[in-house]
Design a protein around this ligand. Structure first.
Ligand code: C5P
Length: 240
């Protein structure tokens, strides 16, 4: 069974502060996206990586990736993304050939995911799960609130509930899918606003089963400036 990885990398990364698109920012001298592509290619099952570039940045991303050739025999293609993450993934999926049975979707913003986590996700899909997400228990208690917006933005927000922490998981990527299931989800599920923040959520709405396997602390998402400090420290520890 062939496995492909789609990497949505079209986000601007505003929460990280001003600068280049998030995926192109360097981590110990190498663009975050290059780390993410290597993390997928490191898995022996992944033979194709589809990178979804910013809508007007496909050529730039292609040139960038050409400057960091992979050592194995994984193909890398680049396609332009869309306004939302969901739209970017849909465009990436359209570039996956029909004979690919398993599709991983991996955020460029999770450049340091270990290969064992990637392989565990692929193995669970091979064993028959239509959708698999790596996830970790939460350290923080989570509250659901009534968000204050518009005129009331900035006011204290009322708490409406506290889900039992032991039953919550923070989900990571790569999320792995039986290709037909993910394609069906992207064809049938149309979400308003910013779309889906996670592909497994779309498969849930389709009514298909989604299962969780253990994630890894190094698969954290680089979102805020402090995450860059942590990512550099992880890379330094690997080199030591
Ligand atoms: O914004 P967030 O951190 O959820 O983004 C997760 C991933 O989705 C990032 O890798 C980002 O580049 C990607 N993305 C995208 N197209 C968008 C928005 C986000 O490919 N329009």
């Amino acid at each position: 069974t062939r496995t492909a990885a789609v990497i949505p990398a079209a986000g601007r990364g505003v929460r990280l502060g001003p600068g280049a698109p998030k995926a192109l920012r360097p981590l110990s001298g190498t663009p975050m996206l290059v780390h993410a592509v290597r993390a997928m290619a490191r898995s022996r099952s992944v033979t194709l990586v589809v990178v979804v570039a910013p809508p007007d940045g496909a050529d730039e991303v292609r040139r960038l990736l050409d400057a960091y050739p992979l050592t194995g025999n994984t193909d890398v293609v680049v396609v332009p993304g869309g306004e939302t993450r969901q739209e970017s993934v849909r465009r990436g999926l359209a570039a996956v050939p029909e004979d690919v049975a398993i599709v991983l979707v991996h955020d460029a913003a999770r450049p340091l995911v270990p290969v064992d986590t990637v392989d565990a996700v692929v193995a669970a899909v091979r064993e028959g799960a239509p959708a698999v997400v790596p996830a970790l228990p939460l350290a923080d208690t989570v509250k659901q609130v009534e968000p204050r917006t518009g005129d009331r933005a900035g006011e204290p927000e009322p708490v409406v509930g506290t889900p039992e922490r032991a039953r919550l998981r923070a989900v990571q990527t790569p999320q792995g899918f039986d290709r037909a299931t993910l394609v069906a989800a992207h064809e049938k599920i149309v979400l308003e606003g910013d779309g889906a923040t996670d592909d497994a959520g779309m498969v849930e709405r389709l009514g298909a089963e989604v299962v969780v396997v253990p994630g890894h602390e190094e698969a954290f998402k680089v979102t805020r400036p402090l995450d860059l400090v942590l990512a550099e420290a992880v890379l330094a520890r690997r080199r030591a």
